[in-house]
Design a binder for this molecule. Structure first.
Ligand code: AMP
Length: 511
């Protein structure tokens, strides 16, 4: 059932909750909480205040903050002011911040006092003024609170939910990040078609969220969907397995979303400390990267809590396929297409539909597709063809329509003409008892074209490479056996759990 009442302007959702559940806590973090009535009032005042300091309708508003209630208020207030929201990771490097501020032509930024000087420095290179709002200040600077308490009139509260409301920079595992243009309708369509009806997200849920809010998955689920259904949410500033376990065990939470590595570390920490239950958590949800079947099974066996896998992409306002709480759930599959979406598996070159069971590129069509890439017509034309978004992901379907993502086209390793998806090898390597984490990278080879190199984090620092390779030979054809093994301290990942393979290659070249 499509919950169409959820697809509404942000101001209508806030007003609905202000009336129906004014005293209920909407969001909280380690510093403060906000009720639905306060959220409605504060975001209205901040929105009016932003307009009063010069933010025009359609202006880009950068959010450069850590995960927090401030982040959420800024986002909702920005939308109420008619701004286009540009989230920037609080961990981004200077060059990445400068690139986003310039590429999106940001006119206002909300940041912390700790980053005031850095943002001030970057603003001088922009060629136009950048108004700065701080989360707190001991000086005369504009703050969220000064906007919230200043008398600036009514917010603009745009009613057009199809206008561009977000520019979300893709994680950029390769190349320069692209700004994905999304609307409120596209984002809330996911809530209405996926989170609410399929996963049962509802006002009784209390979510513990470690998701980075600047990423589309966190923005969609932890900011907009929690608001849309009127649930409550504890925002973690950062994921820590120990803290997440302690919080979940209190029995106060019903839903815990994460990315595969978080579940991996959560399970490992629980095994070390003898923890066997996650309080009253009814569902853990994984998206952002491949969730190996082995991890999914081991997690559910230990905790008895379903760990549901779904496949989401920034360009599709997030979810494309999802597993259901009820019925069959083939481990390793990211589920069925969200009802209302069309998906096809095609030959990436000829675009001919492939028979069921064959691996090909997944393409998607539906009301959640991006409007395009900001200022990148060529990239937009390549990604959106005849109304279909070409994901660049390789997938196959079983006879019942359950899809499995097998890798990314660009990450395929072609060794002497034979295709290897890094995930196939990683799923075997991770099962070795001395392996904590791993990644496979294709490295150029004089005669074979490319060969797989293994980067591995050893459990407790100990690793017998011969035993690991023997373990691999037990499950993998010989052409998939890693050509070289490098022991590293950690596998670099993006906020949404994706391996940054290029960083491993760079680090290897430097040693
Ligand atoms: P992003 O736009 O940063 O969220 O990245 C989207 C990409 O993440 C997809 O194109 C997939 O490659 C990957 N991804 C997301 N969710 C899953 C999943 N459940 N299984 C496998 N890959 C996933």
């Amino acid at each position: 059932m499509l919950h169409t009442d959820i697809i509404a302007p942000i101001s209508s959702l806030l007003e609905r909750h202000r009336t129906e559940r004014p005293d209920k806590v909407a969001y909280w973090d380690s510093a403060r909480s906000v009720t639905y009535a306060q959220l409605a009032e504060r975001t209205a005042s901040i929105a009016a205040g932003l307009a009063a300091i010069g933010l025009s309708e359609g202006d880009r508003l950068a959010i450069y903050l850590p995960n927090s209630v401030d982040w959420i208020e800024t986002c909702l207030a920005g939308l109420r002011a008619g701004a286009v929201i540009v989230p920037i990771s609080y961990d981004a490097a200077e060059g990445e911040i400068a690139y986003r501020l310039a590429d999106a032509d940001c006119r206002t930024v909300v940041t912390t006092p700790a980053r005031q000087a850095l943002v001030g420095k970057l603003a001088t290179g922009l060629g136009h003024p950048l108004a700065m709002v701080l989360t707190a200040a001991d000086s005369a600077a504009t703050t969220l609170d000064s906007l919230a308490t200043g008398a600036s009139g009514a917010p603009r509260d745009p009613t057009d939910i199809d206008r561009t409301s977000f520019i979300i920079y893709t994680s950029g595992t390769t190349g320069r990040a692209k700004g994905v243009l999304l609307s409120v309708r596209g984002m809330l369509w996911i809530t209405a078609a996926c989170w609410a009806p399929i996963l049962g997200l509802n006002e009784a849920d209390v979510v513990l969220s470690p998701l980075p809010l600047f990423h589309s998955y966190g923005l969609n689920l932890s900011v907009l969907s929690v608001l849309a259904v009127g649930a409550s949410e504890h925002i973690m500033e950062k994921f820590s397995p120990q803290q997440a376990l302690e919080l979940l065990q209190t029995g106060n939470y019903s839903v815990f979303p994460g990315v595969p590595t978080m579940f991996h570390y959560l399970l490992q920490r629980a095994q070390e400390s003898g923890i066997e239950r996650l309080g009253k958590t009814r569902m853990c949800f994984s998206a952002g990267a491949i969730l190996p079947a082995t991890l999914n099974r081991a997690f559910e066996q230990r905790f008895g809590t379903p760990l549901i896998d779904g496949y989401g992409i920034t360009e599709t306002s997030t979810m494309v396929t999802v597993n259901w709480m009820s019925g069959a759930r083939p481990m390793g599959s990211c589920g069925l297409p969200v009802p209302g979406l069309a998906v096809r598996i095609v030959d990436p070159v000829t675009l001919v539909d492939l028979p069921i069971g064959s691996e090909g590129e997944l393409i998607v069509r539906g009301p959640n597709l991006m409007q395009g890439y900001h200022n990148k017509p060529a990239e937009t034309a390549a990604a959106l063809r005849h109304g279909w978004y070409h994901t660049g992901d390789l997938a196959k379907s079983d006879p019942n329509g359950y899809l499995t993502i097998t890798g990314r086209i660009k990450e395929l390793i072609i060794r002497g003409g034979q295709n290897i998806a890094p995930a196939e090898i990683e799923e075997v390597v991770i099962l070795h008892p001395q392996v904590l984490d791993c990644a496979i990278v294709g490295v150029p080879h004089a005669t074979l074209g490319e060969v797989p190199y293994l980067f591995v984090v050893a459990q407790g620092g100990e690793l017998d490479v011969d035993s690991l390779l023997t373990h691999c030979r037990g499950s993998l054809s010989s052409y998939k056996i890693p050509e070289a093994t490098h022991i590293v301290a950690e596998i670099p990942r993006t906020g949404s759990g994706k391996i940054m393979r290029f960083k491993l290659v760079e680090a290897m070249k430097q040693t």
